[in-house]
Design a protein around this ligand. Structure first.
Ligand code: ATP
Length: 239
């Protein structure tokens, strides 16, 4: 049984169908990427999974349960946590305060459990530890992205949704972010990633789906898609 399954999912804005009958699965422990051009429906798909956007037709299944009608905050408690596109760091709060905002939905059973989660985030992102008393608004773009991912991890997700974490970052910082994403996945968190940086994303993913105008056109192992001539031409800038 997959951890996440979308069955024939359609999501609309008024009469425009941004996502048109897509089906996909994410198995427990996998790192899966959605690739697609601007407007293909990637963000809309993520919103339907996290429950921010209602589903017009089809269903969303998580851990064997139909969660299509479940409220967004209940999905966080169930283990689906999104680090939003555009980061959404609270600019006036310190790094530590931002991280604490991520744990609001999770009632830690003990202080030790809470502290272990904070420690894990600081282990993954030593830069955040160095800057723990600095306010979010003064962090660099890469640091804000780290903080957004760290905040999502505070809710101890089973499924982490990452929407374009490399957006607007310098190449070296992108490398760093992708290394950390791989590490989070290796430690056991299942990840669904939306990315325009197809080269990096495919090389690090177990599997990927390609979305075009709201439909899945291709899917397969990351490594296979990297070698696929049509994918190369459309998404990797190789003629
Ligand atoms: P990008 O990489 O540019 O973020 P995307 O693949 O994430 O693109 P979506 O943001 O999901 O694409 O958008 C899919 C389609 O839905 C687009 O045609 C977009 O214009 C439309 N759309 C997105 N949000 C809204 C909205 N709030 N109201 C109306 N249409 C929307």
């Amino acid at each position: 049984m997959p951890l996440l399954e979308l069955k024939d999912l359609t999501v609309s804005y008024d009469r425009i169908e941004a996502v048109r009958g897509i089906s996909l699965t994410v198995e427990d422990g996998e790192l899966v990427t959605l690739i697609g051009a601007n407007g293909a429906g990637k963000t809309t798909t993520m919103r339907a999974i996290s429950g921010i956007r209602p589903v017009a037709r089809g269903s969303v299944w998580f851990d064997g349960k139909d969660i299509t009608r479940m409220k967004a905050h209940e999905r966080v408690i169930a283990g689906i946590v999104q680090a939003p596109e555009g980061r959404g760091v609270f600019p006036g709060m310190t790094v530590v305060e931002n991280l604490e905002m991520g744990s609001y939905a999770r009632t830690f059973k003990t202080k030790a459990e809470h502290d272990a989660t904070v420690d894990r985030v600081f282990d993954l992102f030593p830069r955040l530890l160095e800057r723990r008393t600095q306010v979010g608004g003064t962090l660099s773009g890469g640091e804000q992205q780290m903080l957004a991912i760290g905040r999502a991890l505070m809710a101890r997700p089973r499924l982490l949704l990452l929407d374009e974490p490399s957006m607007g970052l310098a190449p070296l910082v992108i490398q760093q972010i992708f290394r950390i994403i791989t590490e989070i996945n290796k430690e056991g968190t299942t990840i669904l990633l939306v990315e325009q940086n197809a080269q990096q994303a495919l090389s690090r993913s177990d599997r990927a789906y390609i979305l075009e105008t709201g439909e899945v056109t291709t899917s397969g192992r990351g490594a296979d898609l990297l070698a696929d001539p049509a994918v190369k031409q459309a998404y990797l800038g190789v003629a």
